[in-house]
Write a protein that binds this ligand. Structure first.
Ligand SMILES: N=CN[C@@H](CCC(=O)O)C(=O)O
Ligand SMILES: [Zn+2]
Length: 412
């Protein structure tokens, strides 16, 4: 099966040679070809170039993309798409003046979602979650990381991870599963942290490994949640099962967590709404990528990750949605890209790099996703006719997507 896109106004994120990610000043470079063609063959990118060099291929399906922009699908490296119900009441409580912390202290927040999840059947959770996955695919996401973390019991965590596994089996989109048993301390372990860590390490992890249910391990390293020492224990335990860490850190407070993550070879550190100069220094020359979640900052009104400062310091930078019922009930990567530009002062070039190739790095899939490169998965967004790709973040609530292709198949 061959598909040939012709007359593409701008073919974005073209990388002749596969790269892992871009950092610092390189982030402001988004290679593109004007008046381009793109050939898809057997679900991968086979060829691309200027229309002047477009081959004649008699057995290809031809798509005329006159006036349109083509780019790789978004890579959303941080989500909690699998959950039960919603938390609309907390949304209203926040409008009425309660903070995220106050709501959590009253038994709301993560524990509220955990209660709902443990009361809901695996099948029902799958049915709810698949609708969210289908929605984000329509919005141009072509790879997604999904965390557990609303079970907080052995059965609950396994249930979530089995739902993620079923999503992996039933949808063409690349999915990575992250075990987040260390999301919050259940009420019965409030005064017995060691007991819960023991449950995670000695009961949850072996079962998860036995069923091969996780690709990564995560923890909520934050004041009032998991301490630096507790998170180190989780990361070390994960390593024994081959699970690299991707850690929630510096959302509300900076407590030297980033250093511990880097020292433990974390793939990514996520949130970072509060960042110190020492944190930036530690991230320099490491293989750990910072991931910002601007929709979360928007929704619960907390600071935005200081992208400018971090990119100007030479760091790589990725953005993701954080789709979850509490702090970000949205999986729209188009909004994330717009918020990165509008609120974090990232250029459109930086934002697209952060949402494609750097997102792929943060998911460990930059060999196959995140750029228009020969041999990579045929995952593309075709926009409606646009003046330039700058229109994507500029018209920040418009749906400018015409078609989405995932692994060579149009899903919209
Ligand atoms: N901060 C930790 N975890 C989620 C929110 C969890 C929730 O409130 O349900 C986040 O990334 O924002
Ligand atoms: Zn999160």
């Amino acid at each position: 099966m061959k598909t040939l896109l012709i007359n593409i106004k701008e073919l974005l994120q073209v990388r002749e040679n596969s790269i892992e990610m871009v950092s610092g000043k390189e982030m402001n470079v988004l290679p593109l070809i004007n008046d381009a063609f793109l050939l898809i063959e057997n679900n991968v990118i086979a060829e691309f170039g200027k229309m002047d060099d477009c081959p004649t291929i008699s057995d290809a399906k031809i798509i005329d993309a006159t006036g349109k922009i083509v780019l790789p699908t978004w890579v959303d490296s941080h989500t909690h798409i699998v959950y039960a119900g919603n938390r609309v009441q907390e949304f209203v409580d926040r409008i009425n003046g309660l903070s995220y912390e106050e709501i959590a202290n009253r038994g709301g927040g993560i524990l509220n979602s955990a209660k709902k999840l443990n009361e809901t059947s695996e099948n029902e959770i799958y049915e709810q979650s698949k609708l969210r996955l289908e929605e984000v695919m329509q919005q141009g996401t072509g790879a997604v990381e999904i965390k557990s973390g609303y079970g907080l019991t052995v059965e609950g965590e396994l249930k979530m991870l089995r739902v993620i596994k079923k999503l992996k089996e039933n949808y063409p989109i690349e999915i990575k599963a992250t075990f987040l048993g260390a999301h919050a301390f259940p009420k019965e372990f409030k005064e017995n942290h060691a007991g819960y860590i023991d449950l995670i390490i000695n009961e949850m992890l072996p079962k998860i490994a036995e069923e091969n249910l996780a690709d990564y391990i995560d923890a909520f390293l934050e004041t009032g949640y998991f301490s630096v020492e507790e998170t180190i224990k989780i990361m070390e335990a994960g390593k024994k099962y081959g699970l690299q860490a991707k850690i929630h850190v510096n959302q509300f407070t900076a407590i030297d967590g980033i250093k511990a993550c880097v020292e433990n070879n974390a793939l990514s550190v996520d949130h970072l709404e509060v960042v110190t100069d020492e944190d930036i220094a530690v991230l320099k020359n490491s293989k750990t990528i910072p991931v910002a979640l601007p929709s979360c900052s928007y929704f619960i009104t907390i600071p935005y990750t200081p992208a400018r400062k971090m990119i100007d310091a030479g760091l790589p930078f990725a953005v993701a949605t954080d789709f979850n019922p509490g702090t970000t009930p949205s999986g729209n990567m188009n909004f994330v890209v717009a918020a990165a530009c509008i609120k974090m002062k990232m250029t459109p070039e930086e934002a697209v790099n952060a949402a494609t190739i750097n997102g792929a790095y943060a998911m460990g899939i930059s060999k196959t996703h995140g750029s228009i490169t020969k041999g990579k998965k045929a995952n593309i967004i075709i926009t409606k006719p646009l003046t330039s790709f700058y229109q994507l973040p500029y018209e920040f609530t418009s749906n400018l997507i015409d078609k989405v292709m995932i692994e060579g198949e149009f899903i919209s």
